[in-house]
Design a protein around this ligand. Structure first.
Ligand SMILES: O=C(O)C(=O)Cc1ccc(O)cc1
Ligand SMILES: [Fe+2]
Length: 420
């Protein structure tokens, strides 16, 4: 039996310059800094927007900070020594900035540990209990089969605090906080892994076996073995997707036992053998291996969110301007009640499924957040659409190819403007 996940708790990043990322998350991406854990040698800072939470861990080696006196009590039953410099996580000593941990809430960490170990799972931290005045949590950390990705499993059922023991909550009355209407991001919609060729089945198998994920088809015509293949017009991409359902008690889904609510979806992206560079191969090269390529933030209003973020300095990928004037596209936009001008301003892509009840998928992708061409964010608004849009994927891929080609020309002095 697999271990059921209650829900996604947070996503953590390990970066060498935490201040820069903190600044960007707050001022550009409109996240709120709400909890911090500072020791003399390490810094862990949590940011949130709706229910989506990022934890930024700073330091190339994460620091090996001594445990200061005011720190929470950490007990590990299996190992006397714990590593409090990076609580609820591990340092994988990855050579570049990376999104390396997707933390899930589970019902019972001890039991999960036993089950997962029997299934052959590799644990980096055994069940460990941390407590403060608001109660206790137990967590452990498993190594995923994907690159440097780890999963912290945390049981918060005996904890009444705002985040996690050891973190200090920022002084702000959160209950009085008004919803930011210009940027209504509510949750993580999906997480996309960049993975080497022919690895997707193994990845899906691993998540099915250990956590009860289920494959779902991105497209009606998708082949079980091949996945969803986009292989035309210079695009060479293979996608497979999987999901799990939010659970309350072990195995029982919320809000009613017979109504399952899927949580954050996972997409695995492979490149197809193809001439020239592409987004997935570039990621694998610059990230030095597989990992989290992007995280999609669900928004109730993508136009307004992209606008607010762009005003604050976020750069988005834009498809070629012709995308917005193609006859079919224009009609689609009008049918959906969208203003092509507003969409084109920020490079927002639209995919429509014009069934009896039409559904629409709107997406836009940011430029990479770190120094390398690796991790980026996506904004996604779903109007009835549950999957991913082939048209959007093609348009995105082409705009990224154009960007990479332009960067290459810049670096080689081939662009006219860079000759001066
Ligand atoms: O469409 C989406 O949001 C995806 O997540 C699919 C995807 C995956 C990898 C890419 O490089 C581009 C698109
Ligand atoms: Fe995506």
């Amino acid at each position: 039996m697999a271990v059921p996940l209650r829900r996604l708790h947070h996503v953590s990043l390990h970066v060498s310059n935490g201040l820069k990322l903190a600044h960007d998350l707050v001022s550009k991406y409109k996240f709120d800094l709400f909890a911090t854990r500072l020791t003399d040698k390490s810094r862990q800072v949590a940011f949130r927007k709706g229910t989506s939470v990022f934890v930024v861990n700073e330091g190339p080696n994460g620091g090996n900070g001594e445990h200061p006196d005011h720190a929470p009590r950490v007990h590990s039953e299996k190992h006397k020594l714990s590593n409090p410099s990076c609580l609820y996580d591990v340092h994988t000593h990855h050579p570049v900035d990376s999104v390396s941990n997707v933390c899930f809430e589970v019902e019972d960490v001890e039991r999960s540990f036993k089950v997962l170990r029997q299934l052959g799972c590799n644990f980096l931290v055994p069940p460990t209990t941390v407590e403060d005045e608001n109660g206790l949590v137990t967590y452990s950390v498993v190594k995923s089969i994907v690159g440097n990705v780890c999963h912290t499993l945390v049981d918060k059922t005996k904890y009444g605090g705002t985040f996690l023991p050891g973190f200090t909550i920022a002084e702000k009355n959160w209950s009085l906080e008004k919803e930011d209407l210009s940027c209504p991001v509510t949750h993580f919609d999906h997480i996309t892994y960049a993975s080497p060729r022919k690895s997707s089945h193994q990845v899906i198998g691993w998540y099915e076996k250990l956590f009860g994920f289920q494959r779902f088809f991105i497209d009606g015509d998708e082949d079980v073995d091949e996945g969803f293949v986009v292989n035309q017009e210079g695009v060479g991409l293979r996608l497979t997707a999987m999901q799990y359902w939010k659970c309350s008690k072990a195995g029982i889904a919320l809000p009613f036992p017979d109504v399952k609510e899927p949580d954050c979806k996972f997409v695995i992206a492979e490149s197809l053998p193809h001439e020239g560079r592409n987004q997935v191969d570039t990621f694998l090269e610059q990230h030095r291996g597989a990992g989290v390529q992007h995280v999609a933030l669900y928004t109730k209003d993508i136009v307004s969110t992209a606008h607010a973020m762009a005003e604050a300095g976020v750069q988005f990928f834009s498809p070629p301007p012709a995308y917005y004037t193609e006859v079919g596209k224009l009609q689609e936009m009008e049918k959906a009640g969208l203003d092509p001008q507003r969409l084109s301003e920020h490079g927002i892509l639209l995919d429509s499924d014009l069934q009896e009840v039409p559904s629409y998928l709107l997406q836009v992708f940011t430029k990479p957040l770190f120094a390398e061409d690796t991790f980026f964010l996506e904004l996604i608004e779903r109007r009835g659409a549950t999957g991913f849009g082939e048209g959007n994927i093609r348009a995105l891929w082409r705009s990224v190819q154009a960007y990479m080609e332009n960067e290459r020309r810049d670096s080689q002095g081939e662009n006219v403007q860079s000759a001066h």
